[in-house]
Design a protein around this ligand. Structure first.
Ligand code: TXA
Ligand code: MG
Length: 351
């Protein structure tokens, strides 16, 4: 199958409209289309068509017990797939939709079990990207979409990343350039009495507490519980992983740099191809391997936006081992570290 990459170009409104319409037609006919959202690129299918959802699992090589997020474009459509929308969830929607927030509800009968990985609940998100919103509307209102990577690979933040994984497997990629956020949406489960954060993201627990008060955080997310099964089925997999081994070094900046230099030197001397992930501030102090900056340490939005792209760049350079600083920044640091720890298979050196 040939994969068409349709570029969305600012100012070319009627051509863009045609491209989105062509993508929507593929979706309505039960096919797959990759499309941009503000978090990462998604791999879409008609969420209410069981055969279409099943194709997603095949294209990604995704385990069939890992449910998909249903993307909508308006509140009325939420009521048609969620059996009960609690008042707290309505407040959250008012505050954060369209945006990088996914909420989980008891599902209605029209949502196929193929879409929910066999669960009685459904995850729903109204994305804050104009192309995504137009596509959802044109396709009939409900697009099931996981991140558009091969299962286990870093999520795609550029259409090129989608093409690396999906070329020849899907008929079309809508290309809107780089995404804005770069890590997947925050997931909050409203199917329980006290809402629970199942995946950290750009919308932080503090932001959520300000809107609805008491929340829980899935205990399975805590680093010390890395053996406990998280509530979101997808969070249990080693995920977001580059081909190379990734090792995080955590501690005081100076010691971190020294340790990374020592380790990188040793690995290079033993004949390994080495990568180093630092920041704008620290990169000039690294002496060994291919050194890449993830951005300024003070700018956590940029760090989040560059994370997956850097891991993919190292894959393309065929490095064997990557040493990275850790980024426990104040606001979205926990969301960034959640992804990095998984990519590293929880290998952290404390210094
Ligand atoms: O930002 C995002 O959320 C992106 C874009 C494309 O919207 N999508 C995304 O989808 O990250 P995916 O499939 O890569 O991650 C969905 C996560 C998985 O961990 C899955 O297990 C969880 O959501 N999930 C989906 N439905 C669920 C449910 N009913 N109960 C618990 N977890 C659920
Ligand atoms: Mg994913």
């Amino acid at each position: 199958m040939e994969t068409v990459i349709a570029k969305i170009i600012e100012g070319e409104d009627s051509k863009n409209r045609q491209k989105i319409e062509a993508a929507a037609r593929i979706l309505r006919e039960g096919g797959l289309v990759a499309f941009p959202t503000e978090t990462v690129y998604g791999l879409g299918a008609d969420a209410l068509n069981p055969a279409a959802s099943a194709k997603i699992y095949q294209a990604k090589g995704r385990p069939s017990d890992n449910p998909l997020i249903v993307h909508i474009s308006c509140m009325e459509d939420l009521e048609k797939i969620a059996a009960r929308v609690p008042a707290g969830a309505r407040k959250m929607a008012e505050q954060f939709w369209p945006g990088p927030l996914t909420m989980i509800f008891e599902k209605r009968g029209n949502v196929p079990l193929e879409t929910t990985g066999g669960l009685a609940t459904v995850a729903v998100r109204m994305p804050g990207h104009p192309v995504a919103l137009s596509l959802i509307q044109a396709a009939g209102g409900y697009i099931a979409a996981p991140s558009a990577n091969t299962s286990g690979k870093p999520s795609p933040t550029l259409a090129e990343h989608v093409a690396q994984d999906m070329n020849g497997r899907i008929p079309m990629i809508l290309d809107s350039g780089a995404v804005g956020i770069g890590i997947e949406s925050t997931i909050v489960d409203f199917s329980e009495k006290i809402p629970m954060v199942l995946r950290p993201g750009y919308i932080t627990p503090d932001m959520i507490k300000k809107v609805i008060g008491e929340i829980k955080i899935d205990p399975g997310l805590a680093e010390e519980n890395s053996g406990t099964r998280p509530k979101a089925p997808g969070m249990k997999y080693k995920h977001y992983a580059p081909k190379a081994e990734l090792i995080l070094v955590n501690g005081a900046q100076e010691k971190v740099q020294q340790t990374i230099n020592d380790l990188a030197r040793e690995a290079a001397l033993s004949g390994k191809a080495v990568g180093v992930i630092g920041t704008d501030e620290s990169c000039s102090s690294y002496r060994y391997g291919i050194v890449k900056s993830i951005g300024a340490r003070s700018d956590e939005d940029t760090i989040a936006r560059h994370l997956y792209g850097i891991l993919r760049e190292f894959d393309q350079k065929d490095v064997d081992i990557i040493y990275s600083e850790s980024f426990s920044t104040p606001r979205i640091g926990p969301a960034i570290m959640n992804r990095m720890l998984k990519a590293a298979g929880h290998q952290v050196i404390e210094v």
